[in-house]
Design a protein around this ligand. Sequence first.
Ligand SMILES: Cc1cc2nc3c(=O)[nH]c(=O)nc-3n(C[C@H](O)[C@H](O)[C@H](O)COP(=O)(O)OP(=O)(O)OC[C@H]3O[C@@H](n4cnc5c(N)ncnc54)[C@H](O)[C@@H]3O)c2cc1C
Length: 415
Amino acid sequence: MARSVLVIGAGVAGLAAAWSARRRGASVAMISAGVGETALAGGAVDDLPWEQVERAARLLGGDLPARDLAPAARQLATELGLWDVPQAEAARLATVAGRIRPARGRDRALLDLGPLRRTRVLVPRAPRAAWDADALAEALTDEPFARARGLRFLPVDAPVLRFDDERRIADGDLAARHDDPARLHWLAERLRGAIEGAGGAGAILLGPWLGARAPRAEALSARLGVPVGEALIGAGSPAGLRFEAARDVLLDAIGVARRHGRVRAVSEARVGPGDAGERVAVHVEGEDVPLAADVVILAIGGLAGGGITYAPPERGAGTDLPARGAAPFALSLAAPVALGDGRGQLGVVSSMQGPELDVTTWPRGERPGALEAVGIRCAGVRAAPGILAAGAAIAGRARTVLDAVTTGLRAGDEA
Ligand SMILES: Cc1cc2nc3c(=O)[nH]c(=O)nc-3n(C[C@H](O)[C@H](O)[C@H](O)COP(=O)(O)OP(=O)(O)OC[C@H]3O[C@@H](n4cnc5c(N)ncnc54)[C@H](O)[C@@H]3O)c2cc1C
């Protein structure tokens, strides 16, 4: 009988784990409580935190060569069909904060400035709260990358919003309107007019509005003959919706059943009479009968994704002192695993004044703050017998999409 694997978590690490376990012939199911970090992030696909990459490039006086993806990661990216991860050179993304930053890859809706040289990038004005084309164009033109490549960002008047409510609706809702081919055609015609009005352009930068079910930027670019794409936003981008749609299509295609549910505990247990071998029991909130699997993969995310929670001992103390000191973090479910921050087990960092935030929280030099690094202590991806971990749930790993893919693939392989 095929080995049964239960993946907890439906972010990018859970997807990679499910995909690789299926490739190894396991029978795989997935359960998740909903949105995690992957669905919040903006569509940049990094292997290392980009600030680190930029610092290293500055020190070395030139761009770092991009590391190619491992074959399995590239295969997964191809099957997912959502990302462009160039072979050799990093992508360059424009952020809505006016920075141009490197990224190993990108959601295909985002504009890659990397291939552009000595040209103008149009930035259409739109009366939306988080979109200031004039300020953005000025800031981006002033970026060292733009100056070195001769890129000029030009704010232009182009009616990219069609209906009055589009001044106010969420980015995701506006992006969803461009899933409609007729609406995309309408936008292409408006942008064509903008290019003609400006006397030509090398690219067009828009807000995060180009598709909710799939990236629509390439279809626009093909119609217009110049690259069109989104700027990167900090959190809550439609890139998360696009990830979820692509993930669900891929999971269906490879035969991974998924369901909604919050896991409250995972225990190493023999479940039910007659069950062969040691199996893991997974207790779901509101359900009496536990799920069972040969192996469980905890792909539950870190602090931002909800897999780890901030739980200082003072919280339950009421008007009294806490009964005892304890590390201020907990897993979102009970499991026989230990927490750490990549340097060892978490010590007690609380005091009567609360946790020592100056010690635990802030990044110092190359060291990420504990709030980011805290997670499950593993040997590789092994957390306990029958329990593996993947992605941002693991202590001390880079919190990036491609790092989550790497550990997810490994967990799926080892399951
Ligand atoms: C705002 C933001 C911006 C980011 N920007 C970038 C970026 O520019 N580039 C980059 O490379 N990375 C970025 N990241 C980091 C990157 O998104 C994460 O490192 C990566 O997505 C982690 O994936 P994951 O699958 O490990 O976790 P998540 O995507 O967090 O998935 C965790 C899953 O576990 C589920 N879960 C948790 N607890 C339970 C439970 N008890 N029961 C059932 N299910 C549970 C959640 O519902 C969710 O489905 C960003 C993250 C955030 C939050």
